[in-house]
Design a protein around this ligand. Structure first.
Ligand SMILES: OCc1ccc2c(c1)OC[C@]1(O)c3cc4c(cc3O[C@H]21)OCO4
Length: 345
């Protein structure tokens, strides 16, 4: 009946965290590496012994694998009549020796420092101080937390760098965007994860990684890759193109406008030939399948709660781009759930 379906819907969402935390456990145990290095399907007992599990934990492992197999992270097969597990495309993204490894994102996004704040949401809703949920819960911004906790900063930067390897695959599809650029500044480029990939693909392009001084402090480049410290809300080094990957979703419209106006300044020496390259989520409920839209809306709340940022729909991107004084733009989907938006003065 409708009541039963409503109950299932409600309970499923209450316990959504279980599959996320089971995935975190599998990541922490390095199970994807064990199965990958095994070179063939692995039985439960083989997996348990390589994990050096106490016999009492073998059934626990089986139950975790059962849920994750149900959710498409493993598949079952038979080895000499015995059940065995193989990796699937999603769990292959947890193999730590591959450049496409997203384990650092799983680790960072599901770290207690990213989750604990949710227990303060009622307080956050009832206050009018304009703080993020993160600040309401911890009395400091997430960026201040990262700058004050070396291990968390490394974890965050590894998460950002992990995602940028995905960008390497996308770069093959969107090479034309970066062709015939003589220089590019990667704003909010962190430790240069993405910029290094672009520099490898386009060795003659002068690439600048632009981020806060303390972020770029002990980074070193090469003759065509340099690190510059500064404040993107004040001014951005000039170049043929400015890259904003996973930056504007951290900031509300007012601050995003400020960044985009400084980007326009930075490319103005090139006249019409300059461009701003935005890589971020573009919500598109009409054409995206519901699963993809749910991921984008999840990310919207992650950005809202951590940074008072937001993910934007196609219309919102258009309004922001025109408001910043640009005349034209083009959106191309890349990397599965992100889009590449070329913006022209
Ligand atoms: O736009 C930047 C940006 C992009 C992605 C993410 C950001 C911020 O913070 C939230 C997040 O869920 C997160 C939090 C983390 C982390 C990684 C991580 O990935 C997610 O490592 C430590 O805490």
């Amino acid at each position: 009946s409708e009541m039963y379906h409503a109950q299932i819907h409600l309970y499923k969402h209450v316990y959504n965290f279980v599959s996320a935390m089971a995935l975190k456990s599998v990541m922490e145990l390095g199970i994807a590496d064990i199965i990958h290095n095994n070179g063939k399907p692995i039985t439960l007992s083989e997996l348990a012994s390589s994990l050096k599990l106490h016999p009492s934990k073998i059934s626990v492992l089986h139950r975790f694998l059962r849920l994750l197999t149900h959710n498409g992270f493993f598949a079952k097969t038979k080895v000499q009549e015995e059940e065995a597990y193989v990796l699937t495309p999603p769990s292959k993204l947890l193999i730590t020796t591959k450049p496409t490894c997203l384990a650092p994102i799983v680790k960072g996004a599901l770290h207690s420092s990213s989750l604990d704040m949710w227990h303060s949401s009622k307080k956050w809703f009832t206050e009018d101080k304009g703080l993020t949920l993160y600040e309401t819960a911890t009395n400091e911004s997430f960026w201040a937390f990262l700058n004050g906790n070396h291990d968390s900063l490394i974890m965050f930067q590894e998460a950002m760098a992990a995602d940028s390897h995905m960008f390497k695959l996308a770069l093959k599809e969107c090479k034309h965007v970066f062709e015939n650029l003589e220089s590019l500044v990667d704003v909010g480029g962190g430790i240069g994860g993405v910029t290094k990939l672009i520099n490898e693909a386009f060795p003659h392009m002068k690439c600048i990684v632009f981020d806060q001084p303390q972020v770029v402090a002990n980074c070193s480049g090469n003759e065509n890759l340099s690190f510059v410290g500064g404040d993107m809300f004040k001014s951005i080094p000039s170049a043929d193109a400015v890259l904003l990957k996973w930056v504007l979703h951290d900031w509300n419209d007012e601050l995003s406008l400020k960044i985009l106006k400084n980007c326009k300044e930075a490319i103005s020496h090139k006249g019409k030939k300059g461009k701003v390259i935005i890589i971020d989520i573009a919500i598109d409920e009409e054409s995206d399948d519901p699963e993809l839209t749910e991921l984008k809306l999840d990310y919207d709340l992650v950005m809202l709660t951590m940074f008072n940022g937001k993910e934007r729909g196609k219309k919102e991107w258009e309004n922001l781009i025109y408001e910043a004084g640009f005349s034209n733009y083009k959106i191309t989907p890349i990397c599965g759930f992100k889009s590449l938006i070329e913006v022209y003065p």
